[in-house]
Design a protein around this ligand. Structure first.
Ligand code: PLP
Ligand code: COI
Length: 340
C-alpha cells in the first residue's frame, strides 16, 4: 500500500516522513540505534560537525518492483564509502551490517512512501554521520550521531532522461589535489555552491569541475560523475583522486563492458578532447543518468549527439541500469538487496 501522492511529478525535495533511524556513538562504541519520529537533531553548539565540517553522508535509493517488492541497489558499497569517508575525517566508522540494518529499518517503517512501480519515482535514502559533543579546538570528536532518513523523489535534473546543458567552472574548484574530493563530505558541496548558483543563473543544469592541479582535465559534475561515449564504442570516465567514487559510475563501467560489449575505460579526459565524444552523460544515485546535451567552456559550445534527444548508447545504458534497479533486468550477483 502507498499513500496518495502525485508520484509522477515529484521533484528532488525534502519531505518529513514518519520515521528515521538514529544511533549514538559514545565511550568508544555505538548504541543499538532505534527508529524515531523526531526529525530534529539535538546536539552541542560546539559540535565539530558544525564548526569544522567533521561529517559525511551517503545517498542511495529503494525501488518498488513490478510485483510490489522493495529492493536496494548495492547498499554495501554505500556502507564501504561512508567508512572510507569516516577514515579520511577521523570519524567513528559505521559497520556495514549496522548501516544496512538502519537503511532497511527506515525503508520498512516508511514503506507506504516507496513510490509505486512505473512512476519513475523512488525512495531516496540519506544516511548522515556527524561529529558531535563539546569540542572547541580543532580535533576529531569523540561522540558521533549516525542517522538515516528518507523521502520519495523524482528527477534530480529537470527532465529526467532529457538532455541538459552544463558549463565548465573556470573560476572555482570543488576539491583540492590532496583534499577531500574523493570523500562524501559536506565541505565539497559547500565549496561547489558558488559555481552551482552561477551556473543555474546562466541557464545551465550545473557546473562541471576540472582537475584542481592543472585545470586541463574533466573531473565531475557538482552532484554526479561524468562519462563519454566515443564513436569507437568506448565508455570513458575520468580517473582522479579528487572525484567522488560513484557507485553508479562503477556499475556503468561494468554494464558497458559486460552487458553492452563496449570498451570501458577509466582515465584522463582532457577538456581539449571533449569533441571525441558522440554522447556524454552525468551519472549518480540522484542524477541516475542525465544526458549532457551540451557543454559551454567560455566561448566554446560543445554539442553531444543532440541538445533535445537522448542518444542510443545512453538510452541502452539507462535501460540496463534502471531495469536492474527496478528488478526488470537480471542483476549481477550481489547488486540487489531485498527489503523484507
Ligand atoms: N559525484 C558527486 C559529487 C556526487 O554527489 C554523487 C552522488 O552521490 C556522485 C558523484 C554519484 O555517486 P553515486 O553514483 O554513488 O550516487
Ligand atoms: C546522490 O546522488 O545521492 C547525491 O548525494 C547527490 C546530491 C543530491 C548531493
Amino acid at each position: 500500500m502507498t499513500v496518495e501522492l502525485d508520484w509522477g511529478n515529484l521533484g528532488f525535495e525534502y519531505r518529513n516522513l514518519p520515521f528515521r533511524y538514529i544511533s549514538y556513538y559514545k565511550d568508544g562504541k555505538w548504541d543499538e540505534g532505534s527508529l524515531t519520529g523526531d526529525a530534529q537533531l539535538h546536539l552541542s553548539e560546539s559540535s565539530p560537525a558544525l564548526h569544522y565540517g567533521q561529517q559525511g553522508f551517503e545517498g542511495l535509493k529503494a525501488y518498488r518492483t513490478k510485483n510490489g517488492d522493495i529492493q536496494l541497489f548495492r547498499p554495501d558499497r554505500n556502507a564501504a564509502r561512508l567508512q572510507a569517508t569516516a577514515k579520511r575525517l577521523r570519524m567513528a566508522e559505521v559497520p556495514t551490517e549496522k548501516f544496512i540494518d538502519a537503511v532497511m529499518q527506515v525503508v520498512k517503517a516508511n514503506e507506504e512512501f516507496v513510490p509505486p512501480y512505473g512512476t519513475g519515482a523512488t525512495l531516496y535514502i540519506r544516511p548522515l554521520l556527524i561529529g558531535v559533543g563539546d569540542v572547541i579546538g580543532v580535533k576529531p570528536a569523540t561522540e558521533y550521531i549516525f542517522t538515516v532518513f528518507a523521502m520519495p523523489v523524482g528527477s534530480y535534473f529537470k527532465g529526467g532522461l532529457a538532455p541538459s546543458s552544463f558549463v565548465i567552472s573556470r573560476e572555482y574548484d570543488r576539491a583540492a589535489p590532496l583534499g577531500t574530493g574523493g570523500s562524501k563530505v559536506g565541505g565539497n558541496y559547500a565549496a561547489s555552491l558558488q559555481a552551482e548558483v552561477e551556473a543555474k543563473e546562466g541557464g545551465y543544469a550545473d557546473a562541471i569541475y576540472l582537475d584542481p592541479a592543472t585545470h586541463t582535465k574533466i573531473e565531475e559534475v557538482g552532484a554526479a560523475n561524468f562519462f563519454g561515449i566515443t564513436a569507437n564504442n568506448e565508455f570513458i570516465t575520468p580517473l582522479s583522486p579528487s572525484i567522488l567514487p560513484s557507485i553508479t559510475k562503477y556499475s556503468l563501467l561494468y554494464l558497458a563492458e559486460h552487458h553492452l560489449g563496449m570498451k570501458a575505460i577509466e582515465g584522463d579526459v582532457y577538456v581539449t578532447d571533449l569533441d571525441q565524444f558522440i554522447e556524454v552523460g552525468a551519472c549518480g544515485t540522484a542524477a541516475v543518468i542525465t544526458p549532457v546535451g551540451s557543454i559551454d567552456d567560455g566561448e566554446i559550445h560543445h554539442v553531444f549527439h543532440s541538445e533535445t534527444e537522448v542518444g542510443p548508447t545512453i538510452r541502452r545504458l539507462f535501460d540496463e541500469l534502471v531495469g536492474i534497479q527496478f528488478g526488470d533486468v537480471e542483476a549481477p550477483e550481489g547488486w540487489i538487496y531485498k527489503v523484507k
